[in-house]
Design a protein around this ligand. Structure first.
Ligand SMILES: [Fe+2]
Length: 368
């Protein structure tokens, strides 16, 4: 198969699966680099994790910036090498997981993260054992073999990717989502929804990826508004987490589309959350793709229980408070060159209706 489904060696899903963490890490991996989101430290979850991992030696790191900048990742690599850790565990949002994933890959290798980011060195071997536990439902970082990093010197944001970067175990416990803020729930959830929809219509989609993506889109469409309004709702939390997980399995194999292709450079330029960029772009990208996606939209609409799928996506974004364009964030013509130069990623190549440079510029006027 051209785009095989890939996922971590073990993926556990369900409320309370956090309790399995210690059993999932081989006992001889004694010293662990534990990378956590700041809310894991302040919200009391870290204390519970320490109890679960009792008997292991923990090197705890936090303070990872969003869209992880290379120096934050290097700090983790240095801490891991200095302490001779045997494994890496990440508990947090996409940025925490992506930076920890990179550290797990590079701690036993040589050189700094910048060398790999610039392409002057490549990953050639499997890194340390890596466990990922998401506390947001969105990026799919726990499932994917890539890490989205940012070089603060150039503002360039791109993926470091290698099949061996896939987590050894992903533990998706929807209860860990209970502590996320409304803004994080909205942005990460809409990222997950965009991923499911773009995967479904992607040029790289296959029958199996479409099945996962369709079900993911349905779960997210139905559960996201409830989850965003009330993170205490266990059913909506579980549906959102499951949709995010299944969408990630789909897009890791199929690739994405123009909302992601354009969202990355726009987010890096304007310092906006990835999910917000995706959500502003998604309805307009769906309209752009309409001439070639009529049947696929009809299927998505049927699965979500709506007549007009694109209209329903617009309504969903509006309901969740997403602005219609980037005008209030200052996007304008002066940004065109940077976006053009940095949008030609794999995501753009998988968009079902190709966009020439002139068409990208014309498209940008509709969102600026
Ligand atoms: Fe995304």
């Amino acid at each position: 198969m051209e785009h095989p489904l890939k996922s971590p060696a073990r993926t556990m899903f369900g409320a309370g699966t956090l309790e399995e963490l210690n059993r999932e890490i081989p006992p001889f991996l004694h010293r662990i680099l534990l990378v956590v989101g700041n809310h894991v430290v302040t919200g009391g979850l870290l204390a519970r994790v320490r109890e679960i991992l009792d008997g292991r030696e923990l090197v705890v790191c936090h303070d990872i910036q969003p869209e992880p900048p290379l120096p934050d990742v290097q700090r983790l690599i240095d801490a891991g090498r200095r302490n001779g850790v045997h494994a890496v565990v990440a508990i947090g949002g996409g940025s925490v997981i992506d930076s920890a994933k990179t550290a797990a890959a590079l701690i036993p290798a040589s050189g700094g993260v910048e060398d790999y980011f610039n392409g002057s060195t490549v990953i050639t071997a499997k890194g340390l054992f890596f466990a990922a536990l998401p506390t947001t439902a969105g990026t799919g970082a726990e499932i994917s073999p890539n890490a989205v990093l940012t070089d603060p010197a150039t503002q360039i944001k791109k993926s470091l990717r290698h099949d061996t970067m896939m987590a050894d175990v992903a533990i998706i416990d929807p209860d860990l989502l209970a502590g996320c803020s409304e803004a994080v729930a909205v942005y990460s959830g809409l990222d997950a929804f965009t991923q499911a929809v773009e995967s479904y219509i992607s040029l790289g989609a296959t029958e199996p990826t479409r099945r996962y993506a369709l079900y993911a889109a349905r779960l997210l469409y139905r559960n996201l508004p409830v989850f965003c309004a009330d993170r205490g709702n266990a059913e909506a939390r579980s549906g959102t987490a499951e949709g995010s997980m299944l969408g990630a399995i789909a897009f890791t194999a199929s690739g994405l589309g123009a909302a992601h292709g354009l969202g990355h450079p726009i987010g890096a330029l304007l310092h906006l959350p990835h999910g917000l960029c995706c959500a502003i772009l998604l309805p307009k990208v769906l309209r752009w793709n309409q001439p070639v996606c009529g049947e696929l939209y009809a299927e998505l609409g049927k699965s979500c229980g709506v007549e007009d799928f694109v209209g329903a996506v617009e309504e969903l974004c509006r309901k969740l408070g997403v602005p219609e364009n980037f005008r209030s964030y200052g996007l304008n013509e002066s940004h065109d060159d940077f976006i053009l130069k940095n949008c030609r990623s794999g995501s753009m190549k998988q968009n079902p209706r190709p966009m020439s440079d002139d068409e990208v510029v014309a498209f940008l006027r509709t969102v600026s």
